[in-house]
Design a protein around this ligand. Structure first.
Ligand code: 46W
Length: 326
């Protein structure tokens, strides 16, 4: 069995959304390798909260089964969150189907999710140990389907314009160039976590002794690195400075930015060409960089700003992360 879905850009240009069919109802969900809950907008929310979203209606699904007394409550790194009840239903992602997938129906969502009209919820693709369902944590879609897949993998090939594809069960060699380099993942963290102890700016490589580990996170838009690395990069950009009003480093859009690369394990340097560093315009002449600080937290977050320049393989049986150029 395999499944492939196209990702399409959200209006906010900051996330990749893919169609998922749950109990025959289609929703556009954000595939998030940085969390482990599959939750959706539900008809239990107010019409003000639902707005333009597609909301899952359990009473319209002939295969939905409530998990009596189960609940979930999530809060993400950025302060957004959702909470609600739990059931199981048939979930189909591009033809890959799990019949008894735990789905988490939001009865409350934070304002950030209400205002993000494009995303009807999330598909968590980190490890099931991080699942928030009480009293019994539930398995992710990938965990449930892995044994049915032709290969126990899923891949992300995200494009610069917010489109791209997620595939389950196969590694499509037409989607990358050169060698796929695999790196051991520390699954004990619950994330797709690995070491990253060197980086390069404009082709000059720097080794680090105290680098914090990194995670591959399709649910984060930016590349959030240890402060010393971010300061080193923007010290090479004359007009760059930290602008607290936008909460990050900005610079003149006319700058000729240096290339940047960061290590994924010991044998892959993930490069971003200088032309691919900018995340968004701030105004007619100022740009906001895709490289930003993790504020000294204990993890570096390799989000879409980096991943969209590469082909990424998440190997669930061997706990490996594969990276290739494309
Ligand atoms: C470590 C954090 C990374 C961002 N998150 C996420 N993609 N859901 C939350 C966890």
């Amino acid at each position: 069995e395999t499944g492939e879905v196209a990702a399409t850009p959200a209006d906010n240009g900051a996330e990749y959304l893919s169609p998922v069919t749950i109990g025959g109802q289609k929703l556009n969900l954000n595939f998030d390798t940085g969390s482990s809950d599959l939750w959706v907008f539900s008809t239990a929310l107010t019409s003000a909260e639902i707005g333009q979203h597609s909301a899952f209606n359990p009473s319209k699904s002939s295969t939905y089964k409530e998990l009596d007394g189960y609940s979930f409550s999530l809060s993400y790194g950025d302060g957004s969150g959702a909470a609600g009840v739990v059931g199981t239903d048939t979930v189909d992602i591009g033809g890959a189907t799990v019949t008894r997938q735990a789905i988490e129906l939001a009865t409350s969502v934070s304002s950030a999710f209400v205002s993000d009209a494009d995303s009807d919820g999330l598909v968590g693709l980190a490890f099931s140990t991080l699942n928030s369902v009480s009293p019994t944590p539930q398995k992710t879609f990938f965990d449930n389907i892995m044994s049915e897949l032709a290969q126990p993998v899923f891949t992300a090939s995200l494009d610069l314009d917010g489109s791209g594809t997620y595939e389950f069960g196969t590694i499509d060699s037409s989607k990358f160039t050169g060698d796929l380099e695999f790196t051991p993942v520390n699954a004990a963290s619950g994330f797709w976590q690995f070491d990253s102890s060197c980086y390069s700016i404009g082709g000059k490589t720097y080794n680090r002794t105290n680098a914090t580990p990194a995670i591959a996170d399709t649910g984060t838009s930016l590349l959030l690195l240890d402060p010393e690395v971010v300061q080193a990069y923007y010290s090479q950009v004359p007009s760059a400075n930290y602008d607290s009003t936008v909460g990050g480093y900005t610079y003149d859009c006319s700058e000729n930015l240096p290339d940047f690369a960061v290590a994924v394990g010991d044998n892959y340097m993930a490069n971003i060409p200088g032309s691919g560093i900018t995340f968004s315009p701030v105004d007619s002449k100022t740009c906001f960089g895709g490289i930003q600080s993790n504020s000294g937290s204990d993890v570096q977050i390799f989000g879409d700003a980096l991943l969209k320049h590469h082909f990424v393989v998440f190997h669930g049986e061997s706990n490996l992360l594969g990276m290739a150029a494309k």
